[in-house]
Design a protein around this ligand. Structure first.
Ligand SMILES: CC(C)(COP(=O)(O)OP(=O)(O)OC[C@H]1O[C@@H](n2cnc3c(N)ncnc32)[C@H](O)[C@@H]1OP(=O)(O)O)[C@@H](O)C(=O)NCCC(=O)NCCS
Length: 246
């Protein structure tokens, strides 16, 4: 049987949770809102990043932010040239300095489960709390909608994994992302008569990791992280205190 792996947009779309197939009403709280409640300013060196809802005028800057943020990561070639549509309801936030988008957070919501579709911050603004502020700006709306879990999927980049863990997410599931490059063995890939797979992107169960790594150069563990929103809310005050304490 084909393995069924759940994923965000970045990981190529397959959903396993049947709760997510029924979409509810669009998010309305963002309409007309000029800014959302955010965690307090964290320190004197904090750049003046404003957290606010995404709007259409952000489109080009949003794409630039996504492109440059993922460039140093294992998702370097996951490039989009149009902002992906999100099924509603969703939460779409940006961190901006003036008109420049420096951080993005997209969350899709399906009943009582939500998924981080994209979270990214420009490298030059890394470790200034921007992604955490974006997350904390989204949490009240997720709770208002009685969302029980927020999950996310990511590969092995230390920054992403550390960020999820620092924000209270627990690892729940892992599997493999496997790329077959043109010069690599394609005997394992079935294709219609006369068709030869040149590049392949595939999902595989974690149990095949050693086998996949022996055959292909580009193999990543993709982890699902999950934040239980019914538990104690990660407190922005605690986060600010922790940063002050180093
Ligand atoms: C992951 C990412 C969004 C974090 O954004 P950020 O604004 O730099 O993160 P924050 O400043 O909110 O970091 C909060 C905490 O996360 C952890 N963290 C974040 N980046 C880290 C890094 N490079 N190394 C270790 N820990 C890190 C730390 O605990 C940090 O707290 P601290 O700075 O007080 O030690 C950013 O690195 C990024 O855009 N990466 C590329 C895109 C990506 O991988 N997205 C997620 C996977 S789909």
């Amino acid at each position: 049987m084909e393995p069924q792996f759940g994923c965000c947009q970045l990981c190529q779309y397959m959903r396993i949770d049947p709760r997510r197939s029924e979409l509810t009403q669009p998010v309305t709280f963002l309409a007309g809102a000029s800014a959302l409640a955010c965690p307090p300013t964290i320190g004197p060196s904090m750049p003046s990043v404003q957290i606010r809802p995404y709007n259409d005028a952000d489109a080009q800057s949003w794409l630039r932010c996504r492109l440059l943020s993922f460039f140093p990561t294992q998702y370097y070639d996951d490039v989009v040239i149009e902002r992906p549509n999100l099924d509603e309801p969703s939460i779409r936030l940006v961190g901006v300095i003036g008109a420049d988008v420096v951080g993005i957070l997209d969350v899709s919501i399906s009943d009582d489960a939500a998924t981080i579709e994209t979270v990214a911050v420009l490298p030059e603004h890394a470790r200034t709390g921007t992604a955490t502020r974006l997350l904390h700006a989204a949490l009240p709306e997720l709770r208002r909608r009685k969302v029980r879990t927020l999950d996310a999927w990511t590969r092995e980049d230390p920054a992403a994994n550390a960020w999820y863990q620092a924000n209270g997410f627990d690892e729940r599931f892992d599997y493999l992302h496997v790329y077959k490059e043109p010069d690599e063995d394609n005997t394992a890939f079935a294709a219609p008569e006369g068709v030869r797979p040149v590049r392949v992107f595939a999902h595989a169960p974690i149990e095949l990791e050693a086998h996949m790594r022996a055959r292909f150069r580009r193999v990543y563990v993709c982890r699902q992280y999950i934040l239980d929103l019914k538990g104690a809310a990660p407190s922005t005050a605690d986060y600010a205190q922790r940063r002050r304490n180093g």
